[in-house]
Design a protein around this ligand. Structure first.
Ligand SMILES: CC(C)(COP(=O)(O)OP(=O)(O)OC[C@H]1O[C@@H](n2cnc3c(N)ncnc32)[C@H](O)[C@@H]1OP(=O)(O)O)[C@@H](O)C(=O)NCCC(=O)NCCS
Length: 133
């Protein structure tokens, strides 16, 4: 699923998209379905002129599609509970260099408490990655 969100850029707010959730039933995994879903989502959003697609996820999986850590590119994650390396972005053709800033999730993400990790899972994810706060 992709959901619109706001990138609070210094010049003006920009509507971007967040890829979440992505799921393939366990007995259907490792057949290319997840990859096909990500690639088609990226294609559709690029056609629609969306400038960037963000997500929270494992860089080992999403790196293959061109996603990069958002922090070094000038983006701020919506919560400190998202491990820095897990906060990733894919800049699409409509992206312009001024489009940086804080990603603001829509209310539905908070209403369902779907943001980031807590407790031991958060500590483990942060210690497993090299990116600083
Ligand atoms: C992640 C997920 C969507 C991948 O779907 P899929 O249809 O199995 O993906 P594909 O068949 O396209 O790709 C499988 C490859 O991804 C790898 N992979 C899957 N999850 C991974 C992860 N967390 N980290 C690194 N690699 C991962 C597999 O090892 C496999 O690698 P290979 O091609 O070298 O064998 C699926 O495993 C899933 O639904 N997981 C549970 C929900 C989840 O974690 N969603 C992501 C939330 S951010």
């Amino acid at each position: 699923m992709c959901t619109p969100a706001i990138l609070d850029a210094p010049r003006e707010q920009v509507t971007v998209e967040v890829l979440s959730p992505l799921g393939v039933l366990p007995d259907r995994q490792r057949r290319g379905i997840g990859s096909a879903l990500v690639r088609r989502a990226v294609e559709l959003l690029a056609e629609r002129g969306v400038p960037a697609l963000f997500l929270e996820g494992d860089p080992a999986y999403y790196g293959r599609f061109g996603f990069q850590a958002g922090g070094p590119l000038g983006y701020r994650r919506p919560s400190l509970r998202i491990p820095p390396a897990g906060f990733q972005v894919l800049q699409l053709p409509a992206h312009q260099p001024w489009m940086t800033g804080t990603l603001v999730y829509p209310p539905v993400f908070w209403e369902h408490d779907l943001v980031g990790l807590r407790g031991e899972r958060l500590a483990a994810a942060i210690s497993a990655t090299a990116l600083p706060e």
